[in-house]
Design a protein around this ligand. Structure first.
Ligand code: ZN
Length: 142
């Protein structure tokens, strides 16, 4: 039995079509873990962007609209934000700061451990954007 330990990094480029959008990437994360060959470790899913976030939750039409509604309700675009004097996306920075730019998942015996209702999504908060990067870093042992 091999016990090689390594780090495998994959960068996805995705695009968004709306101001707010949830982009489902669970399959890409599982694929990256398979490619890495790592059987036990962690996978980090990170967006190197200040106006996007990563979540792990249910990907169902109504709840997806509710995530967006939560942002609209609690971090309104027209919030009198100071940053809007130089840009028009303070709401996106604030929501990204609160929700966070990454999530980490355990890998056990080659499987990414998730709950039944935990799909992995990039939360676009300031789209549409032609190029959004998603860094998937797998760390562990074969
Ligand atoms: Zn800005």
């Amino acid at each position: 039995m091999s016990n090689e330990c390594l780090t495998y990094t994959k960068v996805l480029t995705i695009s968004s079509k709306k101001r707010f959008e949830l982009i489902h990437i669970t399959d890409e994360v599982i694929k990256a873990v398979r490619e890495s060959g790592i059987k036990n470790g962690l996978v980090l899913v990170f967006v190197p962007h200040a106006t996007a976030a990563v979540i792990a939750n249910e990907y169902e039409h109504n709840i997806v609209q509710d995530y967006i509604e939560w942002v609209r309700r609690y971090v309104p675009q027209e919030g009198g934000w100071r940053h809007n004097m130089i840009d028009d996306n303070a709401h996106a920075h604030i929501a990204s700061a609160i929700i966070g730019p990454s999530r980490t998942f355990p890998i056990v015996n080659g499987e990414v451990i998730r709950g039944t209702w935990q799909e992995i999504m990039v939360f676009e908060l300031d789209g549409p954007r032609y190029r959004r990067k998603v860094v998937i870093q797998v760390v562990g042992c074969k």
